[in-house]
Design a binder for this molecule. Structure first.
Ligand code: XMP
Length: 505
């Protein structure tokens, strides 16, 4: 087992980002609850994360200080982590009069190994209201903020604290500071996705213990990586693909073929005749989502029968999305499953596994590459769970779905042929609930308007519209207008997110 950098989670929204940065620097890292600290094993260094609580309030999360001291490993407290360590070392923390949030310039007072190479002042990202108002006698203040409060402290040769967030990209030299800290371990970096894969497989085997595993596949990156990882682990796997009838053109056939080529037989459940009628006359987007989500769960569990173990492709961003503030570490459930009693029941019975829950999207892609999953699958655009239903504002019908499928197929093919597919985050067509007058041949037509939306994005939180070349837009529009029956007008959506969203519903 490799040396681990244990990140203790005090509930900061950035906790997993610390883990990710440590892995980028080249060491194994995982997030642990404060109570688990004694069970981690092979700890090379410990980082205490930030958190929303105040060390001055009763019942604030604690740290097993005695154990930390016995570890003989470097320890870094960040934000809340620094404050709690300062108290443990005999210093003082007080509630700040105001919150320090956002960028701040800090002044280095005493150069030290962990601030090596950062200069005399540097800009950091702050997010706190409590401040250190007294340091114990044996400690050294390494840096202060503009108000004069200590923001980098050394309490002992291996115990450090910083008030700002080195894991956030807005902090200048943040990675350098983490690297400097990790160099205190005196160990060469040894993390790679290939060896992480081996570790994952090992822990999957331990978790599965001979049980048969069911998972839902969609053809998307996460569920594909999950299924291939499970297959590589040698577990008995039953991947179920629910064809909701709301998918792209030829998608069910292509997904089954892709899996076959990776030597995985998936079980396709044709269920369009359940989903499409259930949506008849439903116009409210959230109601559509609910109907689709509930039906998906129903069809999936009816097909699955008795479940010994369910594997979910939950990623870390899903975890933060569904965690309430304060980050209850036990509530890692994919958002749309929150409502579903079944999954909670399975969780209570210990029948749910989420092997990818530590990973960000690009790390999952990197894992997919190590698993030899074809790039064409790994680079697929995200596709929403409710499928094309959220790209048909108003009531969904089989006819509208067929029109949209044709237009979408033309869009995607043109983007792939022109090399623009890989330059965009997502590309979609929206069939508008508006009919307009046009001319086809000698006759007037009265058909739907359709909007094309191509966006660039890093993480879907914000997005910009893609500046596709006009000639390409012209080719796409011409192809749609000529080949898709039911559409006589094509628009290009030039809205940024925010204020618009990527999908229309
Ligand atoms: P918006 O439209 O909110 O979308 O900017 C952000 C990202 O999320 C996807 N999306 C969904 N994915 N179920 C999903 O699984 C949904 O209900 C859903 N709605 C939006 C969207 O495609 C984009 O990638």
């Amino acid at each position: 087992m490799k040396t681990r950098v244990a990140v203790i989670d005090y509930g900061s929204q950035y906790s997993q980002l610390i883990v990710r940065r440590v892995r980028e620097i080249g060491y194994y890292s995982h997030l642990y609850a404060p109570a688990d600290i004694r069970n981690i094993g092979n700890v090379g260094a410990v980082i205490l994360s930030g958190g929303p609580r105040s060390v001055t309030e009763p019942g604030a999360p604690d740290v097993d200080f005695e154990f930390l001291q016995s570890l003989n490993a470097p320890v870094l407290g960040i934000c809340y982590g620094m404050q709690i360590l300062n108290v443990k070392w005999g210093g003082k923390v007080s509630s700040g009069a105001s919150r320090e949030y956002g960028p701040a310039d800090v002044r280095v007072e005493q150069s030290d190994r962990i601030l090596d190479g950062v200069g005399s002042t540097f800009r950091v990202w702050m997010s706190h209201s409590d401040v250190v108002t007294g340091c114990p006698p044996q400690s050294s203040v390494l840096a202060r903020n503009p108000a004069g409060h200590p923001v980098a402290i050394q309490w002992s040769p291996s115990f450090y604290g910083i008030q700002f967030h080195p894991e956030v990209s807005h902090t200048e030299h943040g990675t350098r500071i983490l690297k400097n800290f990790l160099s205190l371990m005196n160990r060469q970096p040894d993390f790679s996705m290939a060896s992480y894969k081996d570790e994952l497989i090992q822990s999957i085997r331990e978790e599965v213990r001979g049980r048969s595993v069911i998972c839902a596949v969609s053809g998307g990156v996460d569920s594909t990586v999950l299924a291939v990882l499970l297959k590589e682990s040698g577990v008995r796997l039953r991947p179920i693909f629910v064809d909701s009838g709301l998918l792209r053109k030829n998608e069910p056939v292509e997904v089954a073929r892709n899996f076959r080529e990776m030597a995985i037989a998936i079980e396709t459940v044709p269920a369009g005749d359940k989903f499409v009628p259930a949506l008849a006359g439903v116009e409210d987007p959230e109601k559509k989502r609910r109907i689709i989500g509930d039906l998906f769960v129903k069809v999936f569990y009816e097909t699955a029968g008795d479940i010994e173990l369910l594997a979910q492709g939950t990623l870390y961003p899903d975890v933060i999305e569904s965690a309430t503030s304060g980050s209850d570490i036990t509530s890692r459930i994919k958002t749309h499953h929150n409502r579903v009693d079944k999954i909670l029941e399975l969780k209570r019975e210990g029948k749910v596994m989420e092997p990818l829950a530590d990973l960000f999207k690009d790390e999952v892609r990197a894992l997919g590459r190590v698993l030899n999953i074809p790039l064409e699958i790994l680079n697929r655009h995200p596709f929403p769970g409710p499928g094309l239903a959220v790209r048909i504002p108003g009531a969904v019908t089989k006819e509208k779905l067929d029109v949209l499928r044709e237009a979408d197929d033309i869009l995607v093919r043109h983007l792939k042929e022109s090399g623009w597919y890989d330059k965009t985050w997502q590309a979609l067509c929206v069939l508008l609930p508006v009919k307009t007058v046009g001319i086809k041949g000698d006759e007037r037509s009265y058909e739907h308007a359709l909007s094309i939306r191509c966006v660039t994005s890093r993480d879907a939180m914000t997005a910009d519209w893609a500046e596709l070349p006009h000639t390409l837009l012209r080719q796409i529009a011409n192809a749609i207008l000529n080949k898709v029956k039911g559409v006589n007008r094509v628009l290009y959506d030039i809205s940024t997110k925010p204020p618009a969203s990527i999908e229309w519903e």
